[in-house]
Design a protein around this ligand. Structure first.
Ligand code: AMP
Ligand code: ZN
Length: 665
């Protein structure tokens, strides 16, 4: 089999596995096998750029950078929907359309109204060619590269599809994926995203599609547009689209009467919280396409469809007390403690008040009757105050000035919404929070030690920072509450075992603000050991790919702190990993530091991916497009002519594979 056949077979196979996994939800190979095949394809494609395919399964991992999103006209306008809020309005709508259509029976397709970012995707001859945002309805932004990274959107269709059509839907972030993203952000000391919808639409406009590829985005499709579509009804079209490989939510339902429509509404109003994604209502559509055409459009929306909006579930209750939480980074979060109230199927006792501005904007006071809502946010929020219920002697809330845990005066940095307790090394929840982060699964993963035990150890005066963990003896631990000999042994052993955790995770475990898992990896790779990292200045740090001012400043100030330095010296003494292993270091240098390379074409001695790795392992940066910042263009055979012209125009030196290899010898 020649390379081209091999590539084609792998592509087909991977498209098929993708379909089985994301659409049928019935994979027949393991994730690992899938990854191996994808890697194989990646390296074959790297060696044979002449067989480039813009819809190869390898596009899922992203990597293209879009500086400006082009605005492109929609073939057919993307309309809005008319909203309704009651069953009466729905009945009126039915009467209205029945008047226009005369005495014909009408059936409906009911779908949930998916709450995300609208998208219109064009397919030609079964290939995805373009994806546009809704924009103003007439024209949208070309976000094709980003959309291709979403696994449930097919790049190639299965049989029976029309030669050209657009399919429309919503790009969403399922709730569990959203929660996971936020957990990671909080772990990195960053503010969590507010809600899934905004995060989904923000993701579409990210410049680096590799970042989009990492987000757990999904796409729910609800309409086909085009000429000569192969069905007479909307519902049949949805089913057809499903058979071509699209993800059409199973919740879409055919309804034969307004009674059945009402049943659908009632069912989902009650059960919407069981869905893995957000919905804010139902869309009722006249099913017959001929009738749709007769009904046509108003200036803004189709006459043949109506959105029915669920009432946002709201409850009113009394705000008993405002308390303040201190996080691991010292950030203060005001919390509303409420008289318990039932909302969206759960009892709510607490709501977040976000920050001081939020409290004063809504003039929220203790003793107030407040409205609580549960939107996309996981934590319920207070959306208003019932002023008519305000007690006569109510006192305006004054935000605390001193830390509720340690009494230190709070600070608020310019431009930041949140107050902070600056008592980094003496404020109890900051101390225990840091230790809890240190031992957590993705950091030092210390078995036998949990968050509560950390608090207990701290309260008993046995630990004050994470270095102290390594001097704990079983005799000290055994007298603790609920501690048996066996668990004391486990604890001490768990701590001892953690000295083998690799450097990048130790770096993450230190709890430097803004240094999450990914950033820790980047820094470990760039600096190779802690001493080099500690010696780096802000200016040097921001030279590293992905490291911005905010991270750089945080890293430098962490290592400028004398106490942190002492702790690190101690941890070194206990044998923790503070540099990359021999294996990781092999073949690494920083001779290419500060240089940016663009690699293009086919090479003889190395595969393209190997070449790129060699650049990164030697401290250089790889970029996909040529700019004035490019140091060298490494050119192989069959390099694209536009790259060459651009390099020449900008005066970027063009070097061969051998010339490059000489540099890293
Ligand atoms: P609006 O933005 O309130 O005018 O609502 C119209 C938008 O709802 C459309 O642009 C679609 O993106 C979105 N939408 C969500 N779910 C559906 C659905 N099942 N059918 C049609 N449109 C939907
Ligand atoms: Zn404090």
């Amino acid at each position: 089999m020649n390379a081209q056949q091999q590539i084609n077979n792998l592509r087909e196979e991977l498209h098929d596995h993708n379909y089985r996994y994301y659409i049928l939800d019935a994979p027949i190979i393991s994730d690992y096998e899938f990854d191996m095949k994808l890697k194989e394809l990646q390296s074959l494609e790297g060696a044979h750029p002449e067989f480039y395919d813009e819809n190869s399964p390898t596009m899922r991992v992203g990597g293209t950078v879009t500086k400006n999103f082009n605005t492109i006209a929609h073939d057919q306008r993307m309309y809005s929907l008319e909203n309704s809020y009651s069953k009466d309005e729905l009945l009126e709508w039915e009467k209205r359309i029945q008047r226009i259509l005369g005495d014909v029976p009408i059936t409906y397709t009911c779908e949930l109204k998916y709450d995300g970012a609208s998208i219109s995707i064009t397919y030609e001859n079964g290939h995805l060619v373009r994806a546009l945002t809704r924009g103003d309805g007439f024209q949208g932004d070309d976000v094709t590269a980003n959309v291709k990274t979403i696994r449930s959107i097919p790049l190639h269709l299965r049989d029976g599809f029309p030669s050209k059509f657009d399919i429309r839907g919503e790009i969403i972030l399922p709730l569990d994926g959203f929660a996971k993203m936020n957990e990671e952000r909080i772990n990195a000391g960053e503010d969590p995203y507010m809600n899934p919808r905004n995060t989904a639409s923000g993701s579409l406009k990210l410049q680096d599609s590799a970042v989009v590829a990492e987000r757990p985005l999904d796409c729910l499709l609800y309409a086909l547009v085009g000429k000569n579509l192969p069905a007479d009804t909307h519902f049949e079209l949805l089913e057809k689209a499903r058979s071509w490989g699209f993800k059409i939510p199973a919740e879409a339902k055919l309804c034969n009467s307004s009674k059945e429509v009402f049943e659908y509404l009632e069912y989902w109003d009650l059960n919407r919280h069981t869905l893995p994604y957000e919905t804010d209502g139902v869309v009722v559509k006249v099913n017959n396409l001929q009738l749709q055409e007769e009904l046509g459009y108003t200036a803004k929306s189709p006459r043949w469809a109506l959105a029915y909006k669920f009432k946002t579930e709201q409850a009113s209750t009394i705000l008993e007390e405002i308390t303040y939480q201190v996080g691991r980074t010292g950030a203060i979060t005001p919390v509303a403690n409420l008289t318990p109230v039932l909302l969206a199927g759960t009892t709510v006792k607490r709501a977040s008040l976000h920050n001081a501005d939020q409290i004063s904007k809504l003039d929220i006071r203790e003793g107030d009757t407040v409205y609580v809502e549960k939107g996309g946010e996981i934590i319920p929020k207070i959306v208003g105050v019932d002023l008519s219920e305000r007690p006569a002697h109510s006192i305006p809330t004054t935000y605390i000035q001193y830390c509720p845990e340690c009494g230190t005066e709070l600070e608020r940095q310019e431009g930041e919404a949140q107050h902070f307790c600056p008592n980094y090394s003496g404020c109890p929840p900051q101390i225990t929070g840091r230790i809890q982060h240190f031992i957590s699964r993705k950091a030092m993963d210390i078995e036998g030690l949990g968050a509560e035990t950390v608090e207990l150890l701290f309260k008993e005066g046995l630990i004050e920072n994470y270095a102290d963990l390594y001097t704990l003896s079983r005799d000290e631990v055994i007298p603790l509450e609920r501690m048996a000999e066996k668990s004391a042994d486990n604890l001490v052993q768990g701590i001892a075992a953690s000295v083998n955790i690799p450097f990048e995770r130790v770096l993450f475990a230190l709890g430097i603000r803004f240094v999450g898992e990914t950033v820790a990896k980047v820094l470990a790779k760039a600096y190779k050991n802690i001493d080099a990292l500690m010696a780096a200045s802000v200016e040097e740090l921001i030279q590293v790919n992905e490291i911005g001012d905010r991270i750089a400043e945080s890293v430098v100030s962490f290592f400028n702190d004398k106490k942190n330095n002492e702790i690190i010296t101690r941890l070194k003494g206990y044998g923790l990993q503070f540099s990359l292993t021999e294996e990781q270091l092999l073949n690494q240098s920083d001779i290419l530091k500060g240089q940016t390379f663009v690699v293009s074409g086919v090479f003889e001695k190395l595969e393209r991916t190997e070449l790129k790795k060699l650049i990164e392992d030697n401290g250089g940066k790889v970029s996909s497009s040529i700019s004035s910042k490019t140091s060298f263009l490494v050119a192989g055979a069959n390099m694209g002519p536009s790259k060459k012209t651009k390099a020449e125009a900008l005066g970027v030196p063009i070097i061969s594979e051998d010339e490059f290899l000489d540099k890293v010898k």
